[in-house]
Design a binder for this molecule. Structure first.
Ligand code: DON
Length: 307
């Protein structure tokens, strides 16, 4: 029998609703103010149909999900070769905030961990661009992907800026290696603002569907990335998007994905779907516990595993 998609999504959400494992991210103090019970699930197809259930319209901060798109923007602006000179594409097997550098060249191991993401952030815009202008370029990209004007959670941004010793340490390491040249404080402030851009699960599903659709936003029809740029981005999401649980994720879910400590996860299935979940309780890797369970179930039910 044919089950309409919203009914099916509600069924999956119900099945995963009882999961209450994990903890809110507390190293950014403002994130502990989020209601841990939130649970949103959304899907967008490459022809622009969007389905969402639960708290699919609640806004939360993108956090590391922004890294995937900003990596794409750095490639769009500088070309892949120039970006690869500064950021490698190897899974690090380390936590996202590790000072994880490739031994022979000193490059950050990949653009999904903070070291690589901070480097990719600085590759946006011409050399010498002001940090505020760079943020505006990144914000424009994220709005184009969502197909609407996105806000910024200024409290979360400031909260992260005031507790960013670790990211500052990473930025100073990058400066010492000559991989970035701008002042560490300015870079980390703008990078943290990028992470504090507000989205809903619905937005994220459309953003992920843009990648699934070869770089064309399926609702507005705007081309945001080329097919080649998307291929690079999805490859790195598949191998590195879930950090030191990427291997687990690929074997159980099998979809290129990216998580954020705001509680979001996106998954992008080339030619088919963008999927997103929002549930703020995280596991020890910084990935949403209920989000992972939901993706595991969707992948099994719908046969989404790429392999
Ligand atoms: O830089 C940070 O630590 C945060 N703004 C983002 C980290 C994050 O989302 C890790 N992902 N799950």
């Amino acid at each position: 029998m044919h089950t309409p998609v919203p009914d099916y999504l509600a069924e999956v959400a119900d099945a995963c609703a009882s999961s209450t494992g994990g903890e809110l991210a507390s190293y950014i103090p403002e994130l502990t103010r989020v209601d841990p019970r939130y649970f949103g699930l959304a899907m967008a197809t490459v022809d622009g149909s969007i389905y969402s259930v639960g708290d699919g319209d609640v806004e939360f901060t993108m956090q590391s999900i922004s890294k995937a798109f900003v990596y794409g923007l750095a490639i769009r602006e500088r070309g892949l070769a120039a970006v690869l000179e500064k950021v490698d594409v190897e899974p690090s097997g380390d936590p996202y905030d590790e000072l994880s550098f490739e031994a022979s060249t000193g490059r950050p191991r990949n653009p999904m961990i903070n070291a690589g993401a901070i480097t990719a952030h600085t590759l946006v815009g011409r050399d010498g661009i002001d940090a505020g202008e760079r943020f505006d370029l990144i914000h424009r990209l994220l709005c184009d992907l969502a197909g609407r004007e996105l806000g910024v959670d200024e409290e979360v941004w400031q909260s992260e800026v005031h507790t960013s010793d670790r990211n500052l340490a990473i930025a100073h390491m990058l400066r010492s290696k000559g991989l970035i040249t701008d002042p560490a404080e300015e870079v980390i402030s703008a990078y943290s603002r990028q992470c504090a851009v507000l989205v809903t699960a619905r937005d994220l599903a459309v953003m992920a569907a843009t990648l699934a659709n070869g770089g064309v936003q399926p609702v507005t029809g705007k081309r945001v990335f080329s097919g080649e740029q998307v291929r690079q981005l999805l490859s790195v999401m598949l191998t590195c998007g879930m950090y030191d649980s990427a291997g687990d994720w690929v074997s159980t879910v099998g979809i290129p994905a990216k998580s954020g400590v705001g509680g979001g996860i996106i998954g992008s299935l080339p030619g088919q779907l963008g999927i997103s979940t929002f549930s703020p309780r995280l596991d020890q890797h910084g990935n949403s516990v209920r989000g992972i369970e939901t993706f595991e179930r969707l992948s099994a039910d719908m046969g989404l595993h790429l392999m």
